[in-house]
Design a protein around this ligand. Structure first.
Ligand code: 13P
Ligand code: SF4
Length: 332
């Protein structure tokens, strides 16, 4: 077996570099952004320091729209691998950096492209809609991509009699099927963070906070979604909690979003929904692999870089662009 060279390991971000502890990383990152004509895009699930240094914070749809529109030469993607891949597919001429290449996604992992290809072959007359939380190879096997913000509208944009495969998230798929009244063929994938919430503990928490609104991401299981006052993407949850007159919210999604909820609503209280054991399982272990230190180093060194094979870029770009066109037409 061929061993990686030192340069190769460094490019992948496996070489640990010490940082001078006296450095103010917020100042250094700002300097590097200017020097390198770089932009930092961060998902709401990133740690608060990263959200505060970001040029743009958003949900999966907003982040891909921003990646398509930026004229920066370098995109530092503070999120997970599939998000950085999507940015690379939309802007292949740009350098896309991910602070930690091991920032993967349990949902993307739950749908290996070679198995999905076989699954798809069983339904040759079906249109394939894939949730953006999947690999670039899977997107290349799809007709349209969607996010949790636009999944319902993307399904509804197709004629009523269209046969549809929806993957990889079975919970989002079941919710979309219910909302649209369509019969979707679902892939059996799920996110480990959103499947951990306990209906029983949420019931007890609601009883202790009778005026709190319970809000949930559609990646949660049906039994949890049934209890929700509002279901939506991370941006949807943030908007709902800001526009609502309620003063307390129980939030069933990754806890990182609470940083923006508290910033936008300093007088309101946000309670993370409890998982079914005592772990901190509503912290996504992949999202939280990125740290301010790793972000500084990747900007300074220009690595680790996310690359996508040229043929996959060509095939995966079409379904993503289709999603962006439908979303733009609907003002999403
Ligand atoms: P959105 O931010 O698009 O709601 O997605 C949530 C998520 O699970 C991202 O990994
Ligand atoms: Fe993937 Fe779930 Fe983490 Fe989102 S929260 S990146 S879907 S594992």
């Amino acid at each position: 077996m061929k061993m990686d060279t030192f340069e190769e390991l460094n490019r992948k971000g496996f070489v640990e570099e010490k940082i001078d502890p006296t450095l103010d990383l917020f100042v250094e990152i700002e300097k590097l952004k200017k020097e390198k004509n770089a932009i930092v895009l961060a998902h709401y699930y990133q740690e608060p320091d990263i959200q505060d240094i970001a040029d743009y914070i958003g949900d999966s749809l907003g982040l891909s729209q921003e990646a398509a529109r930026t004229d920066a030469e370098v995109i530092v993607f503070a999120g997970v691998h599939f998000m950085a891949e999507t940015a690379k597919i939309l802007s292949p001429e740009k350098k896309v950096l991910l602070p930690d290449l091991k920032a993967g996604c349990s949902l993307a992992d739950s749908c290996p492209p070679h198995l999905f290809k076989k699954f798809k072959e069983k339904y040759p007359d079906h249109v394939v809609i894939t949730y953006v939380n999947c690999t670039a190879e899977l997107k290349a096997l799809s007709d349209i991509v969607c996010t949790s913000t636009n999944a319902v509208q993307i399904v509804e944009s197709l004629p009523k009699d269209t046969k549809i495969i929806f993957g990889p998230d079975k919970n989002l798929g079941a919710w979309v099927a219910k909302k649209t009244g369509r019969d979707l063929v679902l892939w059996n994938g799920a996110c480990m963070v959103h499947e951990i919430f306990s209906r029983e503990k949420i019931t007890k928490l609601k009883a202790r906070h009778p005026n709190a609104k319970f809000i949930a991401h559609p990646e949660c299981e049906e039994a949890v979604l049934e209890m929700a006052d509002y279901i939506g993407s991370t941006t949807g949850l943030l908007k709902y909690s800001t526009n609502s007159d309620a003063q307390e919210f129980i939030v069933a999604t990754e806890s990182g979003i609470i940083h923006q909820m508290e910033k936008a609503n300093p007088t309101k209280t946000f309670i993370p929904a409890p998982p079914n054991n005592n772990c901190a399982c509503n912290d996504c272990p992949y999202m939280k692999r990125n740290t301010l230190e790793k972000l500084y180093l990747c900007l300074k060194n220009g690595s680790p870089e996310v690359t996508v094979p040229a043929d996959i870029i060509v095939q995966a770009r079409k379904p993503i662009e289709r999603m962006l066109e439908i979303s733009a037409a609907l003002g999403l």
